[in-house]
Design a protein around this ligand. Structure first.
Ligand SMILES: [Zn+2]
Length: 478
């Protein structure tokens, strides 16, 4: 063993398990990768993206549900083949936005607030309207946070962007305004432009809902609620309201629009509502304080969502044995639900009982049909059992997961550990280098990749990957 100490800091189980503890099943990753992918590796390096990192929640159950919400809408918009992904951000403010044509971002705050699937689907329909309309996404992002001065500064660039993209007939006017007009006129022009985009996204959204036989009622009710809340609570305006100005006439127009649909009275299927309620319970259990969970889901509430939220809260904040008993009761009620086994495995794994976590996580992998995030967790449990045989299985699982989740930084760290257990130091170095690359630590990535190169046969695929990282080719991650 040469310099095992140098692998240790990045691959010791303690380091990575403590990472999982801070942000368990709703595992918080740096959004860096999503942004890097979004803008194209050449445009944004992981290091740059990390500087503006947002907390992403990764969870198979929630992602699957949101995919089921978004997919029919994207299909109706003709975007089914563009592989648009829904990304959940851990932020209590109400927000949803598109930035790049490849991702729809939605905050946990919006998921908490939406009482029905139809409300979230309505938000997706509207955002898909922006995507399908090719609206100025960069501008929308800025509006969500920017002060007036920076909006005006941005506008100077907008004219060029509009002219370049020939997006919309008003483009030329905006360009001219940027040069000629005083600031207030520029702002008016800009706001008018944004309102035009909002109207267009509302219309497109309503069309997509119609095409899928769904009601626009959720979207309408949500927007009404948001606009009335913002009137009475000027201290805090949701970022959604800033990037989606909702004057009374817009809400009125939307009202007319969605009531005209033959599907206005369509209801979400019961099964979908049930999954929605479970998602909100899960978010509550993971993200809210135990007293808040207890208030939202009091002991007298025997519904599945209430039991789910309490079980999660118990494992996060109190006794593991109690939590496992509660989770076992959930499993008894729904023995084919992969996420209950996942939860049990996670609770045991984080409780330092990796060996006991393996069986439920195997069940979860099987029942979820090899969901990569659950495979990664099983891989971690196998590594935690600390023997060479299971390390072999962990390598296979993690490699399989990484084919579908190449940006999951913890997966490469786990893979490095698994190779370490096997005694394959070259592959361990390479995986650690890839983990460092993914989190934007280029110096470490290069060091480890150089060392991997000295241990790998020249010209093999692994050697080429290491060589790519040494030479800092931006898309050498895989
Ligand atoms: Zn909008």
């Amino acid at each position: 063993m040469t310099e095992p100490g140098k692998i240790e800091p990045r691959s010791a189980p303690r380091t990575s398990i403590s990472g999982w503890r801070t942000a368990p099943a709703a595992r918080v990753l740096a959004v860096a990768m999503a942004l890097a992918t979004a803008a194209g590796p050449a445009a944004v390096t992981p290091a740059q993206a990390q500087g503006r990192a947002m907390p992403i929640i990764r969870d198979t159950e929630i992602e699957q549900l949101l995919r089921d919400y978004a997919q029919p809408i994207l299909k109706a918009a003709g975007l089914a083949k563009q592989n648009v992904k829904v990304v959940v951000l851990n932020d209590r403010a109400f927000n949803a936005f598109v930035m790049d044509g490849r991702h729809i971002f939605i905050n946990t705050g919006a998921l908490f607030d939406a009482k029905t699937p139809n409300e979230v689907i309505g938000v997706f329909a509207h955002e898909t309207g922006h995507l399908a309309g090719g609206h100025l996404l960069k501008l929308r992002e800025q509006l969500a946070t920017a002060q007036t001065a920076s909006i005006v500064a941005l506008l100077l660039g907008v004219g060029a962007a509009v002219a370049g993209a020939r997006a919309g007939s008003g483009g030329g006017d905006i360009g001219a305004a940027a040069i000629m007009a005083p600031q207030q006129a520029i702002q008016r022009t800009l706001l008018a432009y944004v309102r035009t985009q909002e109207d267009s996204a509302d219309h497109a959204g309503a069309k997509f809902l119609n095409a899928t036989g769904q009601s626009g009622r959720g979207m309408l009710e949500l927007f009404k609620r948001l606009s009335s809340e913002s009137m009475f609570n000027s201290r805090f305006i949701d970022p959604y309201m800033q990037s989606h100005p909702m004057p009374a006439e817009r809400v009125a127009a939307l009202d007319t629009l969605v009531r005209a649909s033959p599907h206005f009275n369509a209801k979400d299927p019961d099964a979908l509502q049930a999954r929605h309620d479970m998602m909100r319970a899960k978010l509550s259990g993971f993200l809210e304080r135990p007293d808040t969970v207890a208030r939202r889901y009091p002991l007298g509430d025997h519904s599945m969502p209430a039991r789910y939220a309490r079980a999660i809260s118990a494992y996060r904040h109190s006794d593991l044995r109690q939590a496992v008993a509660q989770i076992d009761a959930l499993i008894a009620a729904q023995p084919a639900n992969p996420y209950f086994y996942e939860l049990k495995g996670q609770a045991l794994l984080e409780g330092g009982r990796a060996a006991e976590a393996v069986a439920p996580l195997r069940q979860a992998v099987q029942l979820s049909r090899n969901a990569p995030l659950i495979q990664i967790m099983l891989g971690q449990a196998l590594i935690g059992t600390n023997n060479k045989q299971t390390a072999e299985e962990a390598v296979a699982l993690l490699r399989s997961a990484l084919l579908r989740e190449p940006e999951a930084p913890e997966a490469y760290s786990q893979l490095a550990m698994a190779y370490g257990r096997k005694g394959d130091l070259a592959q361990a170095d390479l995986a650690s280098a890839q983990a460092a690359f993914n989190r934007g630590d280029m110096v470490t990535a290069r060091q480890l990749a150089s060392r991997a190169k000295t241990r790998l046969p020249i010209g093999t695929p692994a050697w080429v990957q290491a060589d790519d990282i040494v030479n800092l080719k931006p898309n050498a991650k895989n």
